[in-house]
Design a protein around this ligand. Structure first.
Ligand SMILES: Cc1cc2nc3c(=O)[nH]c(=O)nc-3n(C[C@H](O)[C@H](O)[C@H](O)COP(=O)(O)OP(=O)(O)OC[C@H]3O[C@@H](n4cnc5c(N)ncnc54)[C@H](O)[C@@H]3O)c2cc1C
Length: 373
């Protein structure tokens, strides 16, 4: 069977689901292709108040609130100095943020897309079979192993850091740093303080947030070539979390149920759009978690992408270029904010992690991601 669509969106995370919802609302026929199987576990992700307007704009506010993510009144940071500085959300509408259950959040966005008229296809893309008469045809394999063809005039790559489709168009991802995250879940933390806590250290930084399903996510961020390599993930996590006293105090006994290693590097595609395709969310560029801005950024890109695709269907030949230029602006804003955030720490002027951030913040020549160790 060949499902003929106007747009194929690959990837059902926040970027893909929100793009599909926005397109479907305007009457565009859209298929959202999401890999079958359980979603990968994601812990320690928060939505700051500034992102609320994006959820409202999607018409997803009621669904979001009924999912009972954990509310938080603000953040605490031991950043410029070791003394904790509190930041209250009270004066930032809507006056609160949320620690997310990512599985529920992503599922809620996909339901929003379906309610708007998108078709969700639970399948793994196998390859791009052809592009003819202005239509892409992709072969996908469903959860029962059956193969299906999906055709559409445009493809939106929302496959996260893998940039599955863009890479097959010859696009490379370039990397500005080698940041990795070691994330652990502590089942019985020592405190119930709901606020995100961030703490800088000579080797990088760590943070912790309570989880809606219980427990506390404690995460350390460091460079991939830090001399910690060689010891086990759990022992590295324990020693790093243990060396940030405020995060360690919240975690209590450092006995995590699991520890996972994730890429947290700042990376981007060399080009955000091409003939008949564009990338949204982490597939376009991925941010340092320090920004807490990945999801809000993905939702903003979804809105820009839907606008641009709408203009393209109305015959604008500048739509893709305008989209790419809006993303270049978003990327520049992100880099400027990142420079300010890391530039505020001058407690360890000779430590490699901080030297790199301060040096890299001024030179910024992207290295191809294929150089990754
Ligand atoms: C340690 C860490 C902490 C973070 N904390 C925060 C935070 O507090 N706040 C915040 O806003 N952001 C945070 N982020 C960033 C955030 O996770 C991402 O920016 C966000 O998930 C991007 O959404 P996305 O939809 O672009 O990509 P993803 O969420 O990665 O979604 C991609 C989707 O595509 C699917 N997929 C992948 N490949 C294929 C394929 N070949 N075919 C079909 N489907 C495919 C996946 O199953 C997935 O559903 C954090 C990131 C890290 C690493």
């Amino acid at each position: 069977m060949n499902a003929l669509q106007d747009v194929i969106v690959l990837g059902g995370g926040p970027a893909g689901a929100a793009t599909a919802a926005r397109l479907a609302i305007t009457g565009i026929r859209v298929a959202l292709v999401e890999r079958p199987g359980p979603a990968s576990v994601r812990i320690g992700e928060s939505l700051p108040p500034a992102a609320w307007a994006r959820v409202v704009a999607l018409g997803a506010a009621a669904r979001f609130l009924s999912d009972r993510h954990l509310e938080t009144p603000g953040t605490v940071a031991c950043w410029e100095t070791e003394t904790p500085a509190a930041h209250d959300y009270l004066y930032t509408p809507p006056g609160r943020g949320w620690h997310l259950d990512r599985r529920r959040f992503d599922r809620m966005l996909r339901k929003t897309a379906v309610a708007a008229g998108a078709r969700v296809i639970r399948a793994r893309p196998l390859d791009i079979e052809s592009r003819s008469n202005g239509f892409w045809t992709l072969r996908v394999r469903g959860r029962d192993g059956a193969m299906e063809r999906v055709s559409g005039r445009l493809v939106v790559d929302a496959t996260g850091r893998s940039s599955w489709f863009a890479r097959r168009q010859g696009m490379r991802r370039s990397r500005l740093d080698r940041l990795v995250a070691l994330a652990g879940l502590v089942p019985t933390p020592a405190t119930a303080d709901p606020r995100l806590l961030v703490e800088a250290a000579p080797w990088g930084w760590s943070y912790c947030v309570p989880q809606p399903s219980g427990g506390l996510a404690a995460v350390c961020l460091m460079d991939a070539d830090d001399p910690w390599r060689g010891s086990t993930l759990a022992s590295t996590w324990r020693s790093r979390i243990g060396s940030t006293p405020h995060v360690a105090a919240r975690a209590g006994e450092l006995a995590p149920t699991c520890v996972r290693l994730l890429s947290a590097a700042t990376e981007r595609l060399m080009q955000f759009a091409g003939h008949g395709w564009l990338a949204v969310g982490d597939a376009a560029f991925s941010r340092d978690p320090l920004s807490s801005g990945g999801i809000a950024g993905a939702l903003e890109m979804a809105s820009l992408a839907a606008e641009s695709i709408g203009s393209w269907f109305q015959g604008s030949c500048r739509a893709a270029a305008e989209y790419a230029s809006a993303l270049e602006d978003q990327w520049s804003r992100y880099l400027a904010e990142q420079r300010v955030q890391y530039g505020a720490v001058d407690r360890w002027p000779t430590e490699l992690f901080w030297l790199r951030r301060r040096g890299a913040m001024t030179s910024r020549s992207p290295a191809p991601a294929s150089d990754r160790r």
